[in-house]
Design a protein around this ligand. Structure first.
Ligand SMILES: Cc1cc2nc3c(=O)[nH]c(=O)nc-3n(C[C@H](O)[C@H](O)[C@H](O)COP(=O)(O)OP(=O)(O)OC[C@H]3O[C@@H](n4cnc5c(N)ncnc54)[C@H](O)[C@@H]3O)c2cc1C
Length: 474
């Protein structure tokens, strides 16, 4: 029986443990902070649970236009959020999810060991238990899946009360009067969107011209417009130099000397990999300048029997990618059939209102000439279902290869884009052509009708076909 020790109980670790055990390995999983990792306890699950409440508030905003009256009023001022209750639900749900994973491990025969793990050479993991005692685990295979933690700036130290990182938000019992969000990447944009919907005044400090610098620029533009229309103040091309607190007030000082004050500040300035003091270089494991563990497409590190998965590798900070890297590591290590990690079909989503979901080739790749592809963007405002639901912004964008018409990517900006993107993911991974895609039935009326229409617009796959100049009835 092959001995496997996994360090880290997030999606990279626990999904690997399930596969390792299924393939007949003796799997021991070392975790310091609770099964599910940051994904379940502090990051994905809590944020998306909070956002579920924010989504209802966004719907309430549209409700007046749909003829709904709350206490006789057409606006949302009669609805408020009890943040204490929301956060209690968030934390309960995260704990419940963690317990469910614990049960799964038990059922799969995985031995879970509480403590911090570090390497001592290539075939031993030393675990420091919560009571300070140490245990040595000799093993054939090691998987490091220790994730990452919120980046802390020396000039903007979090205090857990007024200056917060995203893991500390759930202790709030009252809605911040004025929340300053520093950082307009995915995490900053999601929380800014959610807190604005919950009713807080929000200022977003963004170092670039547009929010979400890593995402499709057309999508980011829609979101920035929506944010501003909803009353969010966006300080573009502004960098925070420091954050200080004086009693109940926080002050963010920008590098150009301007200041902005609020009641709370959320620091969303990225993450750092949890790879220090783990004996990695001593064991021969190569770590990059940023602290990420270097891996190949089957999750192997520079040491033959040591694998790594998830945020500690910096491949792509998504729970789904971490989980796939972990499974691939086990398939490879335990001799099962394995295909290398393929990033071309990874679907991702920004959980703002509206959501932004993407898969495959990006506009930036097309614009830079890296990929030759045709694209068609269809605004949702012509879609019958969108009109019925008072969805006024958003679009569907498809990318296909010239000549063959094979769909290679897409962007969806709409409510529930995270659900809608799946058909495009399938199209990309199965190399479906726009013509085949367009011939499949969609429901009338439906937002997905716009996908088929965008595919129809790409019929013929030549530039002249793309500007048809009319709004379809969908
Ligand atoms: C606010 C936020 C929201 C997000 N939302 C989403 C989302 O909606 N969808 C999505 O796909 N991704 C999302 N992500 C990204 C996602 O959380 C990460 O990509 C994912 O958690 C990575 O999984 P992991 O297994 O690598 O690490 P983690 O989930 O971080 O788990 C690693 C675990 O290892 C433990 N550990 C660390 N060092 C040791 C050690 N030495 N010994 C023992 N245990 C150790 C840690 O305590 C942790 O519990 C979000 C991230 C953030 C910050």
């Amino acid at each position: 029986m092959t001995d496997v020790v996994i360090i880290g109980g997030g999606p990279g670790g626990y999904e690997a443990a399930l596969v390792g055990s299924q393939l007949g390995g003796r799997v021991r999983l070392v975790d310091s902070d609770g099964l599910g990792g940051s994904a379940v306890l502090t990051d994905c699950v809590p944020s998306k649970t909070l956002i579920a409440t924010a989504e209802i508030m966004t719907m309430v905003e549209r409700a007046g236009a749909l003829g709904i009256r709350l206490d006789g009023s057409a606006d949302r001022s009669s609805v408020s959020v009890d943040l204490g209750a929301v956060n209690r639900r968030v934390l309960d749900l995260a704990q419940q999810q963690s317990r469910d994973i614990e049960k799964q491990m038990e059922n799969a025969g995985v031995e879970v060991i509480e403590g911090r793990g570090r390497l001592d050479g290539t075939n031993t993991v030393v675990v420091t238990r919560p009571d300070g005692t140490e245990e040595r685990l000799d093993t054939d295979i090691v998987l490091v899946a220790t994730g990452s933690t919120a980046r802390e700036l020396p000039s903007a130290r979090t205090d857990g009360e007024r200056i917060l990182n995203w893991t500390q938000l759930y202790d709030l019992t009252e809605l911040p009067e004025k929340l300053i969000v520093v950082g307009s990447g995915v995490t900053g944009a999601e929380f800014a969107s959610a807190y604005r919907a919950l009713g807080a005044e929000v200022v977003l400090v963004s170092s670039r011209r547009l929010v979400l610098p890593g995402e499709d620029a057309d999508a980011a533009m829609v979101l920035q417009d929506v944010f501003e229309r909803r009353g969010m103040q966006i300080m573009s091309q502004s960098r925070a130099e420091s954050v200080t607190r004086d009693g109940d007030e926080v002050t963010v000082t920008l590098t150009d000397g301007r200041t902005v004050t609020g009641t709370h500040c959320l620091m969303a300035v990225g993450s750092v990999p949890s790879t220090t003091n783990m004996g990695l270089p001593d064991a021969g494991v190569k770590v990059s300048g940023s602290g990420h563990i270097e891996v190949d497409k089957v999750s192997r590190t520079s040491v033959r029997n040591i694998y790594a998965a998830g945020d500690c590798t910096g491949v792509m900070p998504l729970a789904s990618v971490a989980a796939m890297q972990g499974r691939i590591a086990m398939w490879h290590a335990l001799g099962d059939a394995v295909a290398p990690l393929d990033m071309s079909g990874v679907a991702s989503n920004v959980f703002t209102a509206p959501e932004i979901a993407t898969v495959g080739v990006t506009q930036a790749q097309v614009d830079s000439g890296e990929v030759r592809a045709l694209s068609y963007t269809l605004p949702l405002k012509g879609n019958a279902r969108a009109k019925m639901q008072e969805i006024r912004e958003g679009f569907v964008k498809l990318f296909c290869l010239p000549t063959t018409g094979i769909i290679v990517g897409g962007v969806v900006v709409s409510p529930a884009a995270s659900e809608l993107i799946h058909s495009l993911s399938i199209a990309v991974s199965e190399r479906i052509t726009v013509d085949n895609f367009a011939h499949d039935f969609t429901v009338y009326p439906s937002l997905s009708g716009s996908f088929a229409e965008a595919a129809r617009r790409l019929h013929g796959h030549s530039d002249e076909q793309l500007d048809m100049g009319f709004e379809p009835i969908l």
